[in-house]
Design a protein around this ligand. Structure first.
Ligand SMILES: [Ca+2]
Ligand SMILES: [Ca+2]
Length: 297
């Protein structure tokens, strides 16, 4: 009988003969390999997990850092945007503010105010509020006021006046008393070398952008950071007169009121000299005329 065409008997779809044995061996081998692969994978995972954990933690730190940087940049961008908004508002204001828009505040125009005694005008870079002449109580009166005033000559205004004297306090004009002393004559009218009996001008000065002022006696220069407005000499009333007045700082190169040479007295201004004792002898010197300086900041 020929075996040609022999076909192995199959039971339940499984071929009978040597082939099923081979398949069983292959299946076991496959299972072993699968188990080995799983164990290997577990081992690999056990090794890699800590690395992955630390990598993720490091990545989280980097992400947090990036978020912080972006937040800061965002604030800067927001600030820039606000700046653009402010500029935009200014542009709109220049073009014409719309309803509800508020105009920007004006630039600061305030500053320190001081009297420049002895000068008819303030410095060229300082606003002269007004100018006038020095006034105070009479040198020979026991009472009355003892502080000097800068009295305007223009636009003098009155209110409910009564002719004659009913009251008991008076204002007099002030004269230089004594010789020229250490004063410079450069701002006096030509030919005048002695200011005695001339009336004394003054000006009230407004210096924008500097908000404090101080008069320092016995100094010609200002502390560091302060601006020198002017310097000169201390003047006040005569110690032997009845009046008792403040010290004021009179410009070292004063003007004189034109045409005021007549000796009419009234309030009188004298240079002030040092008297040592309670005042330390050194740096102060008996008989020296005291200087002064007015400073602003
Ligand atoms: Ca006079
Ligand atoms: Ca002297």
């Amino acid at each position: 009988m020929s075996t040609k065409g022999f076909m192995p008997i199959r039971v339940s779809g499984i071929p009978v003969g040597s082939e099923p044995v081979k398949r069983q061996k292959g299946r076991r081998t496959g299972l072993v390999l699968l188990a080995g692969a799983c164990l290997g994978a577990v081992a690999v995972c056990a090794v890699l997990m800590p690395l992955v954990y630390f990598t993720l933690a490091d990545l989280q730190v980097k992400v947090d850092k990036l978020i912080d940087e972006r937040s800061q940049k965002g604030l800067e961008i927001h600030s820039d945007s606000l700046g653009e908004t402010v500029n935009g508002n200014e542009d709109r204001h220049r073009r014409g503010a719309g309803p509800g828009d508020r105009p920007p505040p004006p630039p600061p125009r305030s500053g320190a105010v001081y009297v420049r005694w002895g000068k008819e005008m303030c410095a060229s870079d300082v606003e002269t509020l007004y100018n006038g002449v020095v006034g105070a109580g009479n040198y020979n009166h026991k009472g009355g006021s003892g502080n000097y005033q800068c009295l305007p000559l223009d636009n003098v205004e009155w209110n409910k006046t009564q002719a004659g004297y009913q009251h008991h306090s008076y204002m007099y004009g002030a004269e230089y008393q004594g010789g020229v002393g250490p004063f410079s004559t450069e701002n006096m009218p030509e030919g005048i070398t002695n200011p005695a009996n001339y009336d004394i001008p003054c000006s009230v000065c407004h210096v924008v952008g500097r908000f404090a002022h101080v008069m320092i006696p016995a100094r010609l220069s200002c502390p560091q950071g302060w601006y020198k407005e002017y310097s000169g000499y201390l003047m006040s009333s005569n110690y032997n007169h009845n009046s008792n007045s403040d010290f004021i700082c009179v410009d070292g190169a004063p003007n004189l009121v034109p045409g005021s040479a007549a000796n009419e007295n009234g309030a009188l201004l004298y240079l002030v000299e040092a008297q040592c004792g309670s005042l330390p002898n050194g740096p102060y010197v008996n008989g020296f005329e005291l200087t002064c300086v007015v400073c602003t900041k």
